[in-house]
Design a protein around this ligand. Structure first.
Ligand SMILES: NC(=O)c1ccc[n+]([C@@H]2O[C@H](COP(=O)([O-])OP(=O)(O)OC[C@H]3O[C@@H](n4cnc5c(N)ncnc54)[C@H](O)[C@@H]3O)[C@@H](O)[C@H]2O)c1
Length: 350
């Protein structure tokens, strides 16, 4: 298989899909790997390391896409990249098509096979989304605690408080991988954490993260009460492949205190808070009704070294699988096929 790994061009995105060590493994398995010049630099990997691993470095994205059969990248193709894709390409990346009708239309028109990391499954888990969700959840609390500082426009709260002060209130919608990462960091900081998740099987593990963590099944009036009291509200709900449900209305956001912070991690699937909209790391926040909103769709891109290592480790077995013409016999990998030959394949997306 001829595998192309382009340089990511989404705003301030620093990840690369595979590390030099993963590339070496592919080359050892007799695959040909092409890497775009400087694609690994922001993750701390040089072209020379990729060349030593056995890859060929291409100077332009166009040349790389022309040479490759399988494109392995991190984020969904940006508009210029759509012009490089062909019907016979297999594209393997994050796509989040439920919230991106224009991109879906373009991929359908190209007619290629597009496999989304976020819908690949294994034992009911999402093995390629999980490492990035864990990182995004942790970043949500790190960024959120900073945005709560008064010089950042926040209401001047130290989330964990100190002796004699109140603790901050963190509300987490969805206690899956991202929600758990957020809960763990917020609990360790000493904040009061309240998590809503309908899946009771997850409640014990979340509660075990600290005596300051409570977990409830979602209930409209309880969510409304919690949102009103939240200093930091984190959205981390997922219905795999589908648009996220709005659990918090604009009216409820209006009930929040001035200088409170919303971080909607699920923004890539449309967001679970009505007032969410996508932002980039160039301009990550906006204020609506005195509430600071953060809607970056590639949160792990801020820690590219960590994210690349975690993503690459999860990806390598699947890339090896895609090099085998019988890859469709892997049902979990086939669940990743979102569009193919101009048709929508993933039921949740149609
Ligand atoms: N913004 C980013 O950079 C970034 C990075 C990584 C992941 N994400 C996104 O974060 C979101 C969460 O991903 P994940 O891997 O944690 O998913 P997950 O499947 O592990 O967890 C989602 C949780 O939502 C819960 N849920 C479903 N319906 C609910 C409801 N009505 N109320 C409360 N909880 C509900 C589920 O029970 C589950 O526990 C996804 O949209 C994912 O794409 C975004």
């Amino acid at each position: 298989m001829k595998i192309g790994i382009p340089r990511e061009i989404k705003t301030l995105e620093g990840r690369i899909a595979l590390t030099p060590a993963a590339v070496k493994e592919l080359v050892n398995q007799n695959q040909q790997v092409y890497v775009e010049q400087d694609a690994g630099v922001l993750s701390g990997y040089t072209d020379d390391e990729y060349i030593s691993a056995g890859a060929t470095v291409h100077q332009s994205a166009r040349a790389l896409y022309d040479a490759a059969e399988l494109i392995v990248k991190v984020k969904e193709p940006q508009s210029v990249e759509l012009g490089y894709l062909r019907q016979d390409h297999i594209l393997f990346s994050f796509l989040h098509l439920a919230a991106a009708p224009e991109l879906t239309k373009s991929l359908l028109e190209i007619g290629l096979t597009a496999i989304a990391f976020e819908t690949v499954t294994a034992d009911k888990h999402l093995p390629l989304l999980a490492p990035m969700s864990d990182i995004a959840g942790r970043i949500a609390v790190q960024v959120g605690s900073h945005l709560l500082h008064q010089p950042s426009g926040g209401r001047g709260i130290l989330l964990g408080g100190v002796a004699g002060s109140n603790k901050g209130n963190v509300v987490v919608l969805g206690g899956g991988t991202a929600g758990s990462g957020a809960t763990q960091v917020a609990a360790a900081l000493g904040a009061n954490v309240l998590v809503f998740d309908p899946n009771e099987a997850k409640h014990e593990k979340l509660k075990a993260m600290g005596p300051n963590v409570s977990v409830k099944k979602p209930d409209d009036s309880e969510i409304a009460e919690a949102v009103k009291k939240a200093d930091l509200l984190i959205g981390a709900v997922l219905i795999p492949g589908a648009i996220a449900p709005h659990l918090v209305s604009a009216e409820q956001v209006k009930s929040m205190k001035a200088g409170s912070v919303i971080i909607d991690i699920s923004v890539d699937q449309g967001g679970c808070i009505e007032t969410t909209r996508p932002t980039t790391y160039e301009n990550p926040t906006f204020v609506w009704e005195e509430v600071i909103h953060f809607g970056v769709t590639n949160m792990p891109g801020a820690v590219p070294r960590t994210s690349t290592q975690a993503l690459s480790a999860a990806l390598l077995p699947y890339v090896l699988e895609l090099c085998d013409e019988n890859w469709r016999s892997n049902a979990g990998l086939s669940m990743g096929v979102n569009v193919e030959n101009g048709a929508i394949i993933l039921p949740a997306l149609s």
